[in-house]
Design a protein around this ligand. Structure first.
Ligand SMILES: [Zn+2]
Ligand SMILES: [Zn+2]
Length: 392
């Protein structure tokens, strides 16, 4: 696909992206989006298009030649419950919901790659196009896997990408190994006896104990974990049942922890339980800790990351490919697929002027569409190169 065709594809991807942007849907509610995706894939002439995989997920398959290898490319489709503040002609028509993470762009780019590969071929084997729901929840990939994704649409390796605000359009980066963190959530509930604010000694209030707990939790990362292990423990909420004149008998501390290795996640939980119990004991309160694991760390396969760099050099140019991106303490549902097959997750620039992800003024940069679509297609052409191409 060259010249005029590529120009037409850019126009079409831009139109799709803006249509999706105007009609954002929250995780597992992507009915319109998945119908849009399935209709396009059928229009491109894919061999198989299956809807309702893991709820609102869509899988398309495209086969060429006789090769029996299969590679998956994945995009996410869900939006966020954030009221849009940007003033673009295609702004969200759904009050309180917007594409603030660029999944509208990811979906449009993977559709663009599907059309390029369906029209031009240039590979030998099977491409699985995976459009997953509910990435932001960290539940969509699991839902597709639980619905038999690997058995019904088997593949040997998988690639995915995310746009990155701050990185110029036309630039690419990733790294081998751990690139995005695990996300754990926690809730610590302290129980005591509330009472009159003027007579604290006659009850056993929980707010001072909760404050001490919040402070003590800061020592997990700073004093219990190795500085070589990147990790974060953030308390995000402190809620009580107190009111003016009344000390609380109940306090809830909620938060979020990030790490890159299961051993570190386990250590954070263990230390948190010790600190919560010890602090509560010191203040004569009862305590209960709930600790859940929402996202697993995203680990890029070293060999496939090398292949991703090779494809990126063709599309972005060697000077625009950074091979040692710093690990990020954000999380990605893509990591769930990597528990089943090796793969690589990459980042492409959304521009230096871009608002941050999850910001009410964020907007996907349409200039990045062609880079993402071409990267997806190039990975397939290099990894599923027909024998005569490979020898050339
Ligand atoms: Zn997001
Ligand atoms: Zn995202």
């Amino acid at each position: 696909m060259i010249g005029a065709n590529l120009g037409r594809l850019v126009e079409d991807m831009t139109a799709w992206r803006r249509d999706l942007h105007a009609h954002p849907e929250f995780g597992f509610e992507e009915q319109r989006t998945s119908a849009f995706v399935a209709a396009k894939l059928r229009e491109f002439g894919l061999d198989e298009v299956v809807e309702d995989v893991g709820g609102t997920g869509v899988v398309g398959r495209l086969k060429r030649g006789s090769g029996n290898r299969a590679i998956a490319l994945r995009a996410d489709m869900d939006a966020l419950r954030i009221p849009e503040q940007g003033d673009v002609p295609y702004r969200s028509t759904r009050l309180g919901t917007m594409h603030a993470c660029g999944h509208d762009g990811h979906t449009a780019m993977l559709l663009g790659a599907a059309r390029m590969l369906a029209e031009d071929g240039g590979f030998d084997g099977t491409v699985c196009f995976i459009f997953q729901p509910a990435e932001e929840w960290g539940k969509g990939a699991q839902a597709m896997l639980a619905d038999g994704l690997m058995e019904r649409f088997p593949f040997d390796e998988i690639y995915g990408l995310h746009n990155m605000p701050g990185l110029p359009v036309g630039r690419f980066e990733t790294r081998t190994g751990a690139i995005m963190s695990a996300e754990d959530n926690f809730e610590i509930v302290l129980k005591g006896v509330g009472g009159h604010a003027a007579r604290p000694h006659s009850g056993n209030e929980t707010l001072v104990a909760a404050c001490a707990t919040v402070v003590n939790l800061q020592t997990i990362v700073s004093r219990r974990l190795s500085p070589a292990d990147i990790s974060v423990v953030s308390v995000t909420e402190l809620l009580t049942d107190g009111t003016r004149n009344a000390l609380p008998g109940l306090a809830r501390i909620l938060g979020d922890a990030r790490s890159f290795r299961p051993e570190v996640s386990a250590r954070i939980e263990a230390e948190m339980r010790v600190i919560a119990k010890g602090t509560a004991d010191a203040y004569g309160c009862e305590v209960a800790v709930t600790y859940t694991r929402e996202f697993v760390p995203l680990i890029n396969d070293p060999v496939l990351t090398g292949h991703a760099f090779a494809a990126a050099e063709t599309v972005f140019g060697a000077d625009n490919v950074a091979t040692a991106a710093e690990p990020m303490t954000g999380s990605e549902d893509f990591a769930r697929f990597l528990e089943h097959v090796p793969g690589c997750f990459v980042f492409i620039g959304n521009g230096e002027g871009s608002a941050p992800l999850h910001n009410p003024r964020y907007d996907f940069n349409d200039d990045a569409l062609i880079f993402g679509a071409r990267f997806h297609a190039e990975v397939i052409r290099q990894r599923l190169a027909p024998a005569d191409y490979a020898q050339a």
